[in-house]
Design a protein around this ligand. Structure first.
Ligand code: SF4
Ligand code: SF4
Ligand code: FES
Length: 229
């Protein structure tokens, strides 16, 4: 089964055709299986990230035929193309820089959140948002995040964080708003951070898509827009 791998070195993208050797008859491997086998056989210096191999850590995301997919849980078929996610700058091969997003909420989150010692029950939407595995698949085609990659305005703050938000950052902020131990001030601070990251852009956007099926539009974007009035 031939799979096209896009390697990226020193600013140059190159197509490598890799012949996957099935481990059993009729196997449809995960994209990560292909990357691991390719590295063990033909492309020994192939770079990619993975951790849990169980759709939990979220760091193995790649593009399959141009769409972000979790490599350890996405099957590929002959002729598929695997490349680094297009929504973030590529460092090498399948590895992208994630720090601009990861650093984004530093200093913006309320500091008054404490442990839930009274076991106050959280609303079900709060639990739904804890399913986020930080795979960043939702950055794909998000017009707010796209502003970060606009070469005319590559805005990062002094910590290297992107200027504009993403479905992921808004999810984190909405989760604070639903946290049962958050104070009114915490909720206001989270909303204000969402607005600062560009929440207004969401008003004219059809919505975002989550790699693990979280209802981002219904449980994140609409409640934040409603709170913003
Ligand atoms: S609704 Fe907002 S966060 Fe979601 S894709 Fe659109 S601009 Fe991005
Ligand atoms: S919201 Fe969904 S797509 Fe976005 S980082 Fe979390 S799990 Fe991944
Ligand atoms: S390796 Fe952890 S989610 Fe894929």
């Amino acid at each position: 089964m031939k799979i096209e791998l896009i390697t990226y070195r020193k600013g140059q993208a190159r197509s490598v055709e890799y012949e996957y050797i099935p481990r059993e008859a009729g196997e449809r491997p995960m994209a990560l299986d292909v990357l691991l086998q390719a590295q063990a056989t033909k492309v020994s210096d192939l770079s990619f990230r993975y951790g849990c191999r169980n759709r939990t850590c979220g760091i193995c995301t790649v593009d399959i035929n141009g769409k972000p997919r979790i490599a350890c849980r996405s099957r590929v078929r002959a002729g598929d193309k695997v490349s680094a996610v297009s929504a973030l700058p590529v460092v090498r091969d399948m590895v992208s820089t994630r720090d601009g997003v990861a650093r984004q909420l530093r200093g913006k989150l309320p500091i008054s959140l404490r442990g839930n010692e009274l076991n106050v029950e959280a609303p079900s939407d709060y639990h739904a948002l804890t399913a986020c595995i930080e795979c960043y698949a939702c950055l794909d085609h998000c017009p707010m995040h796209a502003r970060n990659l606009d070469s005319d305005s590559d805005e990062r703050d002094e910590n290297g964080a992107y200027r504009w938000g993403s479905p992921f950052s808004l999810l984190k902020l909405q989760r604070i708003r639903l946290d049962p131990v958050a104070t009114a001030s915490d909720r206001e601070q989270a909303l204000s951070a969402a607005m600062d990251l560009g929440l207004e852009i969401c008003r004219k956007c059809p919505g975002c898509k989550c790699g693990v099926g979280i209802d981002l539009k219904g449980k994140v974007i609409q409640p934040l827009l409603a709170a913003d009035g």
